[in-house]
Design a protein around this ligand. Structure first.
Ligand code: GLY
Ligand code: MN
Ligand code: MN
Length: 440
């Protein structure tokens, strides 16, 4: 039996082609020229920053390391891949395209970046998609990243093809290997730096190959939502561990968070309670779900935990109205996931680009859409003990309702986040992350 990715790819390509046909027709262009991107060189240096391919490029084919290459598509024509393969002995050139997808492209190899112009198919109204470079000015593009073309593409890509879902299942499976290794390293008393190394080694990926900067946070570092360091030193004592880290496959990201306590203590009980809440929220993912409503439900659920664990002496309803829950959960419930970790299109009301506003008082929510079949979202409630936000509570009218002795005792743990990737299916949610944890 052929590999699932090979089996599903033709239908994926057909879906991408159809979406481009519709977007080209709606915007009045007759060709899309998608530039993979070029490496960026560091100031006064000859060293490049890590290369990140244009998401529109890897939407068409599973190539993430193809700097200075192009995909060109015009309705009714086989897509053209202009593939840059220099002759070089300083750096190893990319290998010639190979695999199940190649036969679907008219492949044209170039040895110099400026040779692309001569082999790109010409069209009177070609739209360029990608990071613009001055060298392209004389090439005669009718428009650069026109919103009329990009909006419908960003709107439609929220619904994943079976090929994309399979990439994301595999990204989750790899991520779980990394998470397991990271938990073992934490329990063995490793530093953040060592845990990060264990994560990358188990995934088989370098740091630069991860879809986003891994968050490896011991103890109170978990209170910094996007904590970006890997402390070399070990803390005097390991209290807790929050890991938000994941792999990608063919350029499709997973985005996974787990939190652990070093002991079977009340913090672990709080983790277990939030885990239960998180699973209940994930179980509601289905076509038609209004994601901003689920975000508000998450606030009520976290407020209930603040009540149950005796952190705040107010009803959950009052906590949400008075924005107390926001002090403990200051980010959105989740976001669209796919070609980018925080995928585009989360606020779009329609392919034209109108937007759906965020609920008042929830500025960090990244998705206000109602879900459709095969949307993949993250479900990532959290509960944190963040010094500056607690200080604001302390300075305000809610101060007397907060059990500060208890809150202060939990600051050393930093906080909790639990994050899964969930696909909306007609017959119920497909939790890509829980499935991977179950079978790995
Ligand atoms: N890893 C970033 C996020 O969870 O959104
Ligand atoms: Mn995450
Ligand atoms: Mn996320």
């Amino acid at each position: 039996m052929a590999d699932a990715l090979a089996r599903h790819y033709p239908a994926h390509l057909a879906a991408v082609t159809r979406r481009f046909d519709e977007a080209l027709a709606a915007s009045g262009f007759d060709q899309a020229v998608i530039f993979a991107g070029s490496p960026h060189t560091q100031f006064l240096d000859d060293t490049d920053y890590p290369f990140r391919v244009n998401p529109h490029f890897k939407y068409w084919l599973p190539l993430t390391n193809a700097p200075d290459s192009f995909v060109a598509y015009a309705q009714g024509h086989k897509p053209v891949l202009v593939f840059y393969q220099p002759e070089d002995y300083w750096y190893l050139p990319p290998q010639a395209p190979a695999g199940y997808w190649v036969e679907h492209f008219d492949v044209r190899i170039i040895k110099k970046p400026d040779a692309a112009r001569a082999v790109l198919p010409s069209a009177p109204r070609a739209a360029f998609i990608g990071e613009w470079r001055e060298e392209f000015t004389p090439w005669g593009f009718a428009a650069v990243n026109p919103a009329t073309l990009l909006n419908p593409l960003h709107y439609s890509r929220a619904a994943k093809t079976e090929y994309e879902l399979e990439c994301m299942r595999r990204a989750n499976a790899l991520s779980v290997k990394g998470h397991r290794a990271a938990e073992r390293a934490f329990r063995a008393g490793a530093s953040e730096f060592e845990i990060h190394g264990a994560f990358c080694a188990a995934c088989g990926l370098t740091d630069n190959e991860l879809p986003y900067g891994a968050i490896i946070a011991l103890n109170e570092h978990a209170a910094t939502l996007h904590y970006q360091h890997r402390a070399r030193g070990k803390p005097a004592k390991h209290h807790s561990f929050l890991i938000d880290a994941a792999a990608q496959v063919n350029g499709y990201a997973a985005d996974v968070t787990r939190t652990y306590s070093a002991q079977q203590d009340e913090f672990q009980a709080l983790i277990d309670a939030l885990d239960k809440t998180q699973r209940a929220l994930g179980a509601k993912v289905k076509p038609g779900l209004d994601f901003k409503q689920l975000h508000l439900e998450a606030h009520h659920a976290v407020a209930q935990l603040l009540c149950d664990f005796d952190f705040v002496d107010l009803s959950p309803e009052e906590m949400v109205v008075k924005r107390v829950s926001s002090a403990f959960l200051p980010h959105g419930l989740g976001h669209l996931l796919g070609l980018q970790t925080h995928d585009v299109g989360g606020f779009m009301a329609n392919p034209g680009g109108d937007t759906i506003p965020k609920p008042e008082g929830h500025p960090y929510l990244r998705t206000t859409r109602s879900l459709d079949e095969n949307f993949v979202v993250t479900i990532e409630p959290g509960l944190y003990f963040i010094a500056p936000l607690l200080a604001q509570l302390q300075a305000g009218p809610v101060n007397r309702h907060v059990n500060w002795g208890k809150v202060d005792a939990f600051r050393r743990y930093g906080g909790i986040r639990i994050e899964d990737n969930v696909a909306a299916k007609q017959d119920g949610p497909e939790n890509l992350t829980r499935t991977a944890f179950k079978i790995m």
